[in-house]
Design a protein around this ligand. Sequence first.
Ligand SMILES: *Cc1c(COP(=O)(O)O)cnc(C)c1O
Length: 396
Amino acid sequence: MKKLPASDFARLGERTRLVMAGRDPADSYGFVNPPIVRGSTVVYPNTADFLARKARYTYGTQGNPTIDALVAACNTIEGGAGTVITPSGLLACTLPFLAFLSAGDHVLVTDSVYRPTRNFCETMLRRMGVETTYYDPTIGAGIETLFKANTKAVWTEAPGSQTFEMQDIPAIVAAAHARDILVMMDNTWATPLFFDSHKAGVDVSIQAGTKYYAGHSDVLIGTVSARTPELYKQLRASWEQLGIIIAPEDAFLTLRGMRTMAIRLKEQMPAGIAMAQWLSQRPEVARVMHPALPDDLGHAIWKRDFTGASSLFGFELAPVSMDAVAAMLDGLTLFGMGASWGGYESLVLPFDCKTYRTATTPGFKGPTVRIHIGLEDLDDLKADLDAGFARLRAAV
Ligand SMILES: *Cc1c(COP(=O)(O)O)cnc(C)c1O
């Protein structure tokens, strides 16, 4: 194996790139993986070099070889001008607001946004003098009717957190770019493997690397990729000014997850779709929210713009009491109940988006559930849910 120049990566497939990125045996004593480099201080050979900061690495907060190996892997699948790494997915969401918005600016945020991002807009961003307007996730080109003279950015997330509405990203990009407005996207659900956000014109692309990148529910991490060198410069400057740095162990674990990400997603996508189809046939289920299902409201956009689906989706139950829902979920033996997703294990949780939405009111009549399909045998997962539905019917 030889370290490849960046120009050689373009001709390789995504799987090969994920295997090759950030590895140079000459730099790691011949071992396959990059070393975990811990450090604050970097020492210089002499005064002249110190004064000129002439060194590959200058100080621990400016990055180090382990973090750069992860950056290389991110860059090669994002296809942008550069990536910064953050200690959580949430910070990857909030950093672009801090990097690109100023007091007096206005930002448009999808009403289906990941809830902690909404919380940031309502608290710190508001305190800093930036006004947020939430919009209908399905607005498409109609976004331009919401532009004001001071609108600086549109925040998108597709499909939406919890409710899985698809967004017409190319239409939003066209409208925004005509007015020099930035488009930012939380692309965690699809990952760059299933939606090439920069190619679609998205200026700032966010990943909660905690999910499919790391893939094992053992790391919190985020990535922000910028489409152009100018945007990257501004993003990177804010990253440095804020002193955002991650532990090299977390970079190492994330990189380890990314080596197998394409294969995990290749398994999890059909498993998720099969489970969504199975659920949509159940009498206890009123509606499944999964853009890869042909009768999903966002299916046409998903099919046009995305090349795959991850294994997180939602469903609405026919109206039942919350006690019945608890009876179903509490007895599950294989599904864990908890936030986050994208790991190798299956998860389930009840949610109620009516309590926080402001621009739209999803018309759910029954309780809603979010589900993540891991790498278990699908028949075992179905049997677990089947027993759960029996408990639900018994509790009604
Ligand atoms: C989980 C998640 C985040 C935040 O990631 P953390 O690492 O848990 O902070 C951001 N956006 C989406 C869509 C998520 O699902």
